[in-house]
Design a protein around this ligand. Structure first.
Ligand code: CDM
Ligand code: ATP
Length: 282
């Protein structure tokens, strides 16, 4: 019997960088939020090989695809050589700052753990998630959480209100590694106040949440692509209550009171060649 899982995208409501580690990674403190936008992965039994097909948005399908990397890692960890066929329906914009690959990797760990009846526990899957990428740990649990360390040390928060989210993704991607490398730790610009955002979320106060939005990676990506600054202004003019770049970008998001108002505002936007998506926090 096969199974089908959703793999949700994330946005960063805050993102602060605290230090650079000797291995080149950065210590961060950020508030992560799952959104309704998702990919769908279908897992079916097969003999011998692990194969992958896809529909929807184009994504590289070679051995570096995070789905295949997650599958191979799970095989090794469990000491099995079971096969599987995995089908990906890709809806999350790629190289966008929305953890599209990371969430597919997390869903693969969960899906194959069930398909192959391995019965690995959540903490064992978390250990594998850490090896696949900084965002994969959060994607395994989802919801609302503070992420520290390089992103893998998670403190869950109470579910946030289902504010509307408009995503605007320009027709190019950015390399996360390049953005982190370009960061000047002595000149991070406007830094977030994590505990103030936690309080604003707890109160369910959209204007306070909007006021607390901050992402130090904007200091790199917005300078590389000044058009993103304009998109932020235009989203505010169109009626969003707060705007920010997600992760390392280039996706910019706007917050609204609910999904319906996100749809109304998104319907008025005109960005030829861009992906504009109305959704909400989960
Ligand atoms: C920008 C965020 O998406 C915010 O949630 C994450 O911090 C990045 O998460 P990710 O894409 O899953 O990151 P990985 O695939 O592990 O790393 C990609 C590259 O980003 C840089 N990187 C990533 C995470 C981190 N805490 N410090 C880093 O410096 C490293 O150069 C790394 O080679
Ligand atoms: N299953 C996958 N889905 C999307 N991208 C993938 C996948 N597997 C590998 N990749 C590659 O990963 C790179 C980053 O894509 P992804 O969509 O994960 O970026 P992102 O949203 O910026 O991630 P993050 O927010 O975690 O930094 C791309 O170059 C893409 O080719």
């Amino acid at each position: 019997m096969g199974l089908s899982l959703t793999a949700h995208a994330k946005i960063n409501l805050t993102l602060d960088v605290l230090s650079r580690r000797p291995d080149g990674y950065h210590e961060v403190e950020m508030i992560m939020q799952s959104i309704k936008l998702h990919d769908r992965l279908e897992f079916s039994p097969a003999v011998g090989e692990i194969t992958l097909t896809s529909t929807g948005l184009p994504v590289p399908m070679g051995p570096d695809n995070l789905i295949l990397r997650a599958a191979r890692l799970l095989q090794q960890r469990a000491g099995v050589n079971h096969g599987a066929h995995i089908h990906l329906d890709k809806r999350i914009p790629v190289a966008a700052g929305l953890a599209g690959g990371s969430t597919d990797a997390a869903a693969t760990l969960q899906g194959l753990n069930r398909l192959w009846q391995l019965e690995l526990k959540q903490d064992q899957l978390m250990e594998l998630a850490r090896q696949l990428g900084a965002d994969v740990s959060f994607c395994l649990t989802g919801g609302t959480a503070i992420a520290r360390g390089i992103g893998e040390v998670l403190t869950p928060l109470a579910p946030a209100p289902r504010f509307g989210v408009i995503l605007v993704k320009p027709p190019f991607g950015v390399s996360t590694a390049r953005v982190y490398q370009g960061l000047d730790l002595n000149n991070l610009g406007h830094r977030p106040h994590t505990s103030a955002m936690v309080e604003a979320l707890k109160q369910g106060d959209l204007d306070k949440v909007a006021y607390c939005l901050a992402n130090v990676l904007e200091s790199v990506t917005l300078n590389l692509y000044p058009e993103l600054k304009e998109i932020k202004q235009q989203l505010m003019q169109a009626g969003c209550r707060g705007v920010l770049m997600s992760g390392s970008g280039p996706t910019v998001f706007g917050l609204t009171k609910d999904e319906k108002s996100a749809e109304q505002i998104a319907g008025k936007l005109n960005y030829p060649g861009y992906q504009v998506i109305a959704t909400s926090m989960v």
